[in-house]
Design a protein around this ligand. Sequence first.
Ligand code: PCA
Length: 199
Amino acid sequence: MKQLLLTGFEPFLDFPINPAKEIADELNGQRIGDYEIVSRILSVDFQKTGDELIQHFEDVKPDVVISLGLAGGRYKITPERIAINCNDGVTDNAGRKPEDEPIMEDGPDGIFSTLPIRKMVNHLQEAGYPAEISNTAGTYLCNHVMYRMLYHIQTHDFSVRSGFIHIPASHDLAVKHGKIPGWSHRDLVDAIKICIQAL
Ligand code: PCA
């Protein structure tokens, strides 16, 4: 059976729950389509997160990598099209706040997702879920891990598909936070299963 490395993130900023972690935890060990899901949770720390992800990749040796992250305030499931070579944004969980820094000094400006993002969005919409391709993963940790994984795969010539999906808040988080829309945890999990089945 093929292995799919599914990553989520720990909570960060003013989000006391990270639904990306909850989804990854729930799907860990499940079989979806041709894949066995191996989930790992990443820190929200510019200095550590990329290396953590590469280490999980080396340990698991997956056939596909899908990373999940919360986009608090978004209404739709949004597979990301591209990661850019930039660290910038608000303070991370370790108190760092990079400005306009390249992620890899010698890296390309951008790297496209190698996941079937159009097919994922089409299947989500057919199932009745709000979904669209996002053309920016921002410059925070989600963009960072997407870039680091794609760069690692590209520079080592691995034939592994990889990319990132941003998700809206869960109801639990939306209620605790108070100012962002939420989906039910069940629908979030179902939507990510649909994305995996589109592989
Ligand atoms: N979302 C953040 C980082 C962690 C997460 O779940 C982001 O969009 O960059």
